[in-house]
Design a protein around this ligand. Structure first.
Ligand SMILES: *Cc1c(COP(=O)(O)O)cnc(C)c1O
Length: 381
């Protein structure tokens, strides 16, 4: 059965662009250039401009972007990289695949992003880099994180996979650290027709190294300066992304309007915590997540009414089986763990209708009121 309100509707977004996309894909097929090439270079230039950063390098996914960024910064075996546990697995995976050890710090309960006050305790002589995550489209509190990174001579790698177009102190995220990493997974604010990602940087040395690494370490065809990997971007993805990039600001504006409508409808109900908006940031609402008690039951009630919702993320990365060897125990990062039990992501995409949001809010308010009466959530923010 088709949902009354889907979590995401990519078709609705692509419909008005469809003829232009079909024509452009046709041109790529005719050109016979599918891996890298001039269409990728053109998109890289446009994306660098969008991010207000000198260079962008297209790669095969956001995961590859993070991995190559770490390799280019010289992160390897014996090193530690500080990041957060409430993110998609890829953030930590990239650290592991670079040969280093992820060290998780807890998050700030208002913003759900890295708590800068936790960095000092996580620092060791092996710490080489910090990866804050701009979660759900909200920038991490980069100013104190940048100051810390500078003082301790660490690389700052931004995981901007969920925050294309978000800002921190008036500057586009991805452009503030040494390197910014983006994903163009189809469901992201800027999504390809398959897998793709990009790295932005202002450092020409890092740009050169990443460009070589993503293409088997080649400086020119069959001349390998170092051992790299195949992390090239497809020309078809670059072409699709180039078309969609022109509509990204408009799409983000619509997401912000939807978030505003949710905020107003859900305000003043103490059984629901709506997203906090950082005064230093511009939020682009990749995800609109509220916090409720008895989350799984509320989710089921939405589902029964035909409303799709999501959970980002049900298990903090430090408690995943894959990282059992790191030795974290339940309770070691209490804010991230509490939030992971309460988060519920509501439908959010640019083409969402006002009446859909009203219906989601009515259903949600009904579900939470019936379930918990007037029991307020323990708010610590
Ligand atoms: C999507 C995502 C990634 C990984 O990107 P892929 O393109 O799926 O490899 C990394 N970090 C975060 C925070 C993400 O949301």
């Amino acid at each position: 059965m088709k949902a009354k309100v889907p979590f995401l509707d990519l078709n609705a977004h692509h419909l008005p662009l469809r003829a232009e996309i079909d024509r452009t894909i046709g041109r790529i097929i005719d050109s016979g250039i599918f891996a890298g090439g001039p269409v990728v270079a053109e998109f890289e230039e446009a994306f660098a401009q969008f991010c207000e950063s000198p260079f962008a390098i297209g790669v095969g996914s956001g995961t590859e972007a993070l991995w190559l960024a770490l390799l280019a910064c010289g992160v390897g075996p014996g090193d530690e990289v500080i990041t957060v546990p409430n993110t998609f697995m890829a953030t930590a995976e990239a650290i592991t695949y670079a040969g280093a050890k992820p060290v998780f710090v807890d998050i700030d309960e208002a913003s759900y992003t890295m708590d800068p006050a936790r960095l000092e305790d996580a620092l060791t002589p092996r710490t080489k880099a910090i990866i804050p995550v701009h979660l759900f489209g909200q920038t991490a509190h980069l100013e104190p994180i940048l100051q810390f990174a500078q003082a301790k001579d660490l690389y700052l790698i931004e995981d901007a996979a969920q925050a294309h177009g978000a800002e921190c102190n008036g500057r586009k995220v991805g452009s503030l650290g040494h390197v910014g990493c983006f994903s163009f997974y189809p469901g992201k604010n800027l999504g390809a027709f398959g897998e793709a990602g990009a790295i932005v940087t202002a450092d020409a040395g890092l740009k050169d190294k990443i460009t070589i690494l993503r293409d088997h370490g080649q400086v020119k065809k069959y001349y390998h300066q170092m051992v790299g990997w195949n992390c090239r971007m497809d020309a078809i993805q670059a072409a699709v992304l180039g078309i969609k990039l022109a509509h990204l600001d408009d799409a983000n504006t619509r997401r912000r309007a939807h978030a505003n409508q949710y905020d107003q409808r859900l305000a003043g109900h103490d059984q629901i915590i709506t997203p906090w908006v950082a005064p230093y940031g511009k939020h682009v609402y990749h995800i609109y997540a509220v916090r409720v008690q008895n989350r799984d039951r509320v989710k089921k009630q939405l589902e029964d009414a035909g409303i799709e919702s999501g959970i980002h993320y049900p298990v903090s990365i430090h408690l995943q089986l894959a990282y059992a060897d790191l030795g974290y125990k339940p309770g070691s990062l209490p804010v991230a763990e509490r939030v992971s039990r309460e988060m519920l992501s509501l439908p959010m995409f640019p083409e969402l209708m006002e009446e859909d949001i009203d219906f989601v809010c009515d259903t949600l308010l009904n579900a939470t009121v019936v379930d918990f009466g007037a029991r307020p959530l323990a708010m610590t923010q």
